[in-house]
Design a protein around this ligand. Structure first.
Ligand code: DGY
Length: 348
């Protein structure tokens, strides 16, 4: 159902009304057909179909004249872009994270920003747990051993890993995805502890057993630390030299949030010196990670190409929500998932 517009003192800028022709929008990555078709019924849609995300120059040139932008986390959306493309009235980000968007700059220009919370929680939690299993049980290393002909016989000492049942998982950031990972870990018989700036125990139904702990304690006591905080100025390198040094020598670090939450140089050093047991990463500070990056040289480090939300069902749901946000913005209505509701003059 359409949400009525809630104009603020100035209101979101330049909303397009009915009868003025279809508004032009730019979509920076191909999206599933049904979402695209729905968008095309209400807008003139230009979809970037390059093999990679548009360069900053391509982004500016394709956004000139458009009123709506459907971006991905690979696109930098900032004040300079809006100044170069002043007709943009709404930005819809095809991701729950929006660290690629300068939200204060959007808010100053009265441009609402949408994201895709909720719909990718289970897919991302599944992938985080896949990394927990892959690193704890050395799945990739063991497969590589098979392919390299190093599987000689059944050997009681071959590829020994960490038993998850009875081990402790530390959740850094107890939002939706962190709590979904906690549920999975409890199902595996793990003890679960969590650190959060804002959450209070209990964390929700079925999570009564999760103990909230101090920041340092999480690193000191966990056998696996799984990172689930959003990237913000306060969380850049939240896991650095000091935190890695607090971890047990056998412990594993898993990151499915954003690469820059972990100081990657410090992580390389921790893996090189063996001060932690391994790492499972779906995100890196530079994406795609360059092939010569030292992180790729460790057998006990599994690096994936930012595929946390990459299931067909989830990508369809993300695209639908991103299109809902974009269309609502084009109509001058409140975005269903808006990260800067202050543009409407009343915080929700
Ligand atoms: C998200 O939704 O934030 C995913 O990490 C994709 O960028």
């Amino acid at each position: 159902m359409a949400t009525p517009a809630v104009p603020g003192p100035a209101g979101p800028r330049g909303a397009v009304g009915p009868g003025e022709g279809l508004p032009a929008v730019f979509v920076t990555r191909p999206i599933p057909d049904a979402a695209r078709a729905r968008l095309e019924r209400s807008a003139q849609v230009d979809v970037f179909d390059g093999a990679d995300a548009p360069t900053p120059a391509e982004l500016v040139s394709r956004c000139r004249g458009v009123v709506g932008l459907l971006a991905s986390s690979a696109d930098r959306v900032d004040g300079a872009l809006l100044d170069a493309c002043p007709r943009i009235t709404v930005v819809s980000n095809l991701a729950v994270g929006y660290d690629n968007v300068d939200v204060p700059a959007m808010t100053r220009r009265n441009v609402p920003v949408g994201n895709t919370p909720g719909v990718l929680t289970d897919a991302t939690a599944d992938l985080a747990f896949a990394l927990v299993l892959a690193t704890a049980r050395r799945v990739v290393e063991a497969r590589d051993a098979v392919l390299a002909g190093r599987w000689k016989s059944w050997d009681p000492g071959f590829m020994l890993g960490m038993e998850l049942s009875g081990s402790t998982l530390g959740i850094l950031g107890a939002g939706r995805i962190g709590r979904a990972v906690a549920r999975r870990a409890l199902g595996f018989g793990m003890r679960v502890v969590a650190w959060s700036r804002s959450a209070r125990a209990p964390l929700g139904p079925g999570l009564e057993a999760v103990e909230l702990v101090e920041f340092d304690g999480l690193f000191e006591t966990s056998d696996v630390v799984s990172v689930h905080v959003a990237l913000a100025p306060s969380t850049v390198h939240l896991v650095g030299v000091r935190e890695l040094a607090l971890m047990k020598r056998s412990a594993i670090l898993v990151n499915t949030a954003r690469g820059a939450v972990v100081d990657q140089a410090a992580l390389v050093e921790a893996l090189r010196t063996g001060s932690i047991g391994g790492a499972g990463l779906d995100v890196t500070e530079v994406e795609p990670i360059p092939l010569g990056d030292p992180l790729l040289s460790f057998a006990n480090c599994v690096v994936l190409p930012h595929i946390g939300s990459a299931t067909t069902v989830t990508r369809v749901a993300m695209a639908e929500l991103a299109v809902d946000n974009l269309l609502a913005g084009l109509r001058g209505e409140v975005l269903p998932a808006c990260v800067n509701p202050e543009v409407y003059g009343t915080a929700r």
